[in-house]
Design a protein around this ligand. Structure first.
Ligand code: HEC
Length: 178
């Protein structure tokens, strides 16, 4: 690898400003126009290794990774780029099927929140954002509300626009094998 490439890589990792916080509408429009042509290899690196993002902690890619969110294998076949982009920028806009979150207020005043994994007459099973399975007895539950996406809303603040574009390029390229 030449020095130029190495320097460019270093700049890509450290040198770019992150996306400013605030309303995402304008950002979405900007990105929708510019989100083609990212660097999928860099996107893969971000997804697998960038600690602050920890995509892999919650998502599997071909079986490797966490279980809080959906498996990414084949997502480029199932979803369009706009959807992929929106899922990262604004996770609460659409919740992936089977990954609804619930917020439970218990009768001891504590709360539990996580992705709803199952329930029967007696108990509710959740997976927390840390990937822990939690079982709550229904007779301990005072209130039950729909929760926010278990995917963090602030991921976007840890990404530059070009990193975001690279991530979308990477995900869009995860095609289902024929
Ligand atoms: C703390 C766990 C967590 C982290 C970290 C996380 N996600 Fe997610 N993600 C989820 C959950 C849960 C869902 C499903 C709920 C939803 O749609 O918001 C989801 C949904 C998605 C979807 C939509 C999937 C579909 O099948 O519809 C995409 C794309 C995605 N995440 C990409 C990413 C990327 C890229 C990163 C890293 C920048 C990331 N996620 C980090 C938990 C996480």
């Amino acid at each position: 690898m030449s020095l130029v490439v190495v320097t460019a890589r270093a700049l890509l990792w450290h040198g770019l400003p992150t996306v400013p916080p605030g309303p995402t509408e304008g950002l979405l429009t900007f990105l929708t126009l510019h989100h083609v042509g990212g660097d999928a290899d860099n996107g893969r690196r971000l997804f697998f290794y960038k600690q602050e993002l920890s995509c892999l902690r919650c998502h599997k890619v071909n079986g490797e990774g966490g279980e809080v969110g959906p498996e990414m294998k084949g997502i480029g076949t199932r979803q369009k780029r706009d959807y992929l982009l929106e899922s990262i920028v604004d996770p609460n806009k659409q919740i992936a099927k089977g990954y609804d979150s619930v917020l439970l207020v218990l009768n001891n005043g504590q709360t539990r929140t996580g992705v709803l994994k199952g329930e029967d007459a007696k108990e509710i099973r959740l997976m927390t954002a840390e990937g822990k399975l939690v079982t709550v007895a229904k007779d301990e539950v005072d209130e039950r509300h729909p929760g926010k996406s278990a995917m963090p809303e602030d991921v976007i603040k840890k990404l530059s626009k070009s990193e975001l574009r690279d991530l979308v390029e990477f995900l869009a390229g995860l095609k289902e094998k024929q």
